[in-house]
Each structure stands twice: as structure tokens, then as C-alpha cells.
Design a protein around this ligand. Structure first.
Ligand SMILES: NC(=O)c1ccc[n+]([C@@H]2O[C@H](COP(=O)([O-])OP(=O)(O)OC[C@H]3O[C@@H](n4cnc5c(N)ncnc54)[C@H](O)[C@@H]3O)[C@@H](O)[C@H]2O)c1
Length: 387
């Protein structure tokens, strides 16, 4: 079966049906903090929603928020130079999109929640586990919601993985392999904010590894990690040849371009994980979920971005024969729209965050554990306090 490339996957997202949604009786007042690359995707979807008004923007770079307002024809939006300035001045916000680089997710999110504003924070949730815990504490104290921007969660193929596991057809799960990679794909489209420690803090794990972890952990109900043995490297990131047009980027590369982890989860499940922004290999392997009654294979993609790369297969035994069942690919709706709309629907109805912070803390704990274990050169124990 041919694998789907990233362009054909993107095309499938176009023109797909949208699910029925809740519409607010009054216009929701929304702000965007951080007006860089991903903010374009947020404003693009907010503009499609008749019950949303983007009233304020902030960016640390002088003039950047104003240029963004002009480009998107929302010149009525008030512009600020930081999250603090915006959140101190705007007292009637219903929600905010945090579209800043990883290092400022926690401070912007906590400040917004303390001001009583619902938050959609881009992924990864944070850089460290400690930050993620503080974000969750602020959410609980505020009584507002914090949803983390994992749009692959909205993909019906991802939902199918959870359905398969929960159906019991695989039996008890005991071993999972997940991850993904790109042969060459260190993201530097608009500069170095993805690769510098002071802005990104984490590299391939925060960009795409968190998607692989979410795909399998969400399917099995997000058990906590008990121990992590981690490895990380930066051989490609530190090589000037990786950036033919900007060899100087190698000098500032301060995160991991490859990471791997061996994680023992509650319930006796082993999680074997690897993720690469660059490697001398086509793929680090498909995702596999092994159970006592059956196993699921989820094909990887050439350029891992959190989508299923082809029909999934269940391997099991039936009437004494070894059989293989193919699960056809399901057409996806506009995932980015769904991610934002499901968050707003929860804001309107007072519902639960579609991608809840209490789950993503566990995702972050594994990433944090890999970094700490890799730096110490030995396995570490992970203890996530109840909040
Ligand atoms: N969900 C997705 O598919 C997806 C795709 C790309 C990026 N992302 C995530 O989005 C985030 C942003 O990525 P990007 O590529 O847009 O980065 P970017 O560097 O292009 O933009 C971030 C902007 O945030 C601003 N900023 C930082 N701290 C701020 C603060 N305290 N107040 C106001 N502005 C602040 C910066 O000046 C910058 O302009 C990252 O965490 C990334 O992982 C998600």
C-alpha cells in the first residue's frame, strides 16, 4: 500500500465537512498573543467564525502586531508590546490564543488565567514539567479552561486509534513504539525561534515528538510515567551544512534534533519513543501498539506532523489462523478549525477543554524526563504531584 506524502495529506484536509458547532449569542472577544508564524493559522480560522471578534494583539517585536493586523484586515484590533500590557488593558476578553514561542507559553498562560481569561495555548504545553504544573494550578484556581493546541486530536483517524484500543480488540496493552521523523526537516522558516534555547527550550520533541506521544497516550488513557531513560543529540542542528542559506544558524542551535526514550508507564506498559528533525534514515519506524490479543500498526509519514500515514492494520488470531485487518483512512475535517472551534464551544457552554492540561502534563513529564535523564546519563524516576 502506497504511503501518503505530506502534500496529499494537507489536500485531504481541504473542503472536508465541518461538524455542527455551538454559536455564541454575542460576539466573543478574543486576543492573540504572539503574532508570528502560527498566529496566521489562528487568525485565519477566527475570521471564518461569525461569532468571534479579534479585538487585541500583542508581540514583543515593535510594529509586528500592527503589521499582522494590517495583513489580516483587522485594523480595529488594539496592539500591545507584551502579554502583560495586553492582559492588563483588555478587561473584557473571553479567550486568548497563546502563539508565542515555547519558552513564554507558561508565563503568558498563567498571566491570562490569573486575569480570568480562557486560554488556548499552542503546543508543546511548556518547556519543563514544573511550568506545566504551574499552568495547571493557575487553571484550577481561575475556574477557566486551558486547552493545548494539538490539532491531530481532531483527526478521526486518531480518534479511531483510541476507539480500537478501548474496544478491547487488542486485549491488554503491554508495549508501544511511537515517534516519527524527517530525513531533513529542522524548522527555520522565519528565523531561529524554533532552534534557540532561549526561545524554544526544546527541539524535535516539542515540535513533533509531543504529537507522537499524544497519539498513543490519549489512546490508552494517559497513564503516568514511572521511569524514563532518555537520550538526545544535536549532530545535524550543529552542522552549518544543515542550513545552506544560513550556515550561522548552526552557532545558535541550542536544542535537540533527535531524542529517544524508554519509558515505564503505570499499568506495566512500556513506551519506546524516538523522534527526529533530521536523520540519515527514511523513518524511525511505524507506531505499534502491542496487546495480548492483537496489535495495531499505524504507518508513519515521510514528514512527521501528527497524521496517520496510511491504512492502519490490526494483527490478531481468529479461529486458529493469524489474520490481518485493514482499517481504511477516514477523510479529515479542517483540523485547525476544529481545534479552535472545539475550544470556543467549551468556553461558550462551560464545558471541558478539548485537549485538557491535566493530560498534557503527562506528555510534558515524559519530554522533561528524557531531557533530565539524557543530561544525567542514567534512568530517572518521575513523580507527578496531584493538582
Ligand atoms: N499547532 C501547530 O501546528 C503549530 C505549528 C507551528 C508552530 N506551533 C507552535 O506555535 C508556537 C509559536 O511558533 P511560531 O512558529 O509562530 O513562532 P514565531 O517565533 O514565528 O512567533 C512567536 C512570536 O511570539 C512573540 N512573543 C514571544 N513572547 C511574547 C510575549 N510574552 N508577549 C508577546 N509576544 C511574544 C515573538 O516576538 C514572536 O513574534 C510554538 O510553540 C510552536 O511549537 C504550532
Amino acid at each position: 500500500m502506497a504511503k501518503r506524502d505530506s502534500m496529499s495529506i494537507m489536500n485531504e484536509y481541504k473542503n472536508a465537512p465541518k461538524k455542527e458547532e455551538v454559536v455564541s449569542e454575542r460576539k466573543l472577544k478574543v486576543a492573540i498573543i504572539g503574532t508570528g508564524w502560527i498566529a496566521d493559522a489562528h487568525i485565519n480560522k477566527y475570521k471564518e467564525m461569525s461569532d468571534v471578534e479579534v479585538v487585541a494583539l500583542a508581540d514583543l517585536v515593535p510594529g509586528k502586531a500592527e503589521k499582522f493586523a494590517e495583513k489580516w484586515d483587522i485594523t480595529g484590533a488594539r496592539c500591545y508590546l507584551s502579554h502583560k500590557e495586553l492582559l492588563d488593558a483588555e478587561t473584557e476578553l473571553d479567550a486568548v490564543s497563546i502563539c508565542t514561542y515555547n519558552r513564554t507559553h507558561a508565563e503568558c498562560t498563567i498571566y491570562a488565567l490569573n486575569k480570568g481569561v480562557n486560554v488556548l495555548c499552542e503546543k508543546p504545553m511548556s518547556v519543563t514539567l514544573e511550568e506545566a504544573l504551574e499552568m495547571r494550578r493557575a487553571e484550577k484556581k481561575s475556574g477557566k479552561i486551558l486547552s493545548i493546541g494539538f490539532q491531530p486530536r481532531m483527526d478521526p483517524n486518531m480518534k479511531k486509534i483510541k476507539e480500537i484500543v478501548e474496544s478491547g480488540v487488542l486485549g491488554d496493552i503491554y508495549y508501544i513504539q511511537t515517534g516519527g521523523g524527517r530525513r531533513r526537516g529542522i524548522p527555520t522558516p522565519f528565523g531561529t525561534t524554533f532552534i534557540e534555547d532561549k526561545t524554544a527550550g526544546i527541539g524535535a520533541m516539542g515540535d513533533i515528538g509531543c504529537y507522537s506521544l499524544d497519539m498513543v497516550l490519549n489512546a490508552i488513557g494517559y497513564p503516568k510515567p514511572l521511569t524514563v531513560s532518555g537520550y538526545k543529540s544535536d549532530f545535524f542542528g550543529k552542522d552549518p551544512k544543515s542550513y545552506p542559506w544560513h550556515p550561522e544558524y548552526a552557532e545558535v542551535f541550542g536544542v535537540e534534533d533527535f531524542a529517544a526514550g524508554f519509558i515505564r508507564l503505570e499499568g506495566g506498559i512500556i513506551l519506546d519513543f524516538r523522534i527526529a528533525w533530521a536523520m540519515n534514515l527514511d523513518t524511525p519506524g511505524d507506531t505499534i501498539i502491542m496487546g495480548k490479543k492483537g496489535s495495531l500498526r499505524i504507518p508513519s509519514t515521510e514528514c512527521w506532523n501528527g497524521s496517520v500515514g496510511g491504512p492502519m492494520r490490526i494483527y490478531s488470531e481468529m479461529a486458529g489462523s493469524q489474520v490481518c485487518t485493514e482499517i481504511p483512512i477516514i477523510q479529515s475535517p479542517d483540523l485547525f478549525y476544529e481545534k479552535i472551534r472545539s475550544f470556543l464551544d467549551a468556553v461558550i457552554t462551560g464545558g471541558k477543554a478539548p485537549v485538557p492540561s491535566e493530560q498534557i502534563i503527562i506528555n510534558q513529564a515524559i519530554i522533561d524526563g528524557i531531557i533530565k535523564s539524557a543530561e544525567l546519563g542514567k534512568e530517572i524516576e518521575v513523580d507527578i504531584p496531584e493538582i
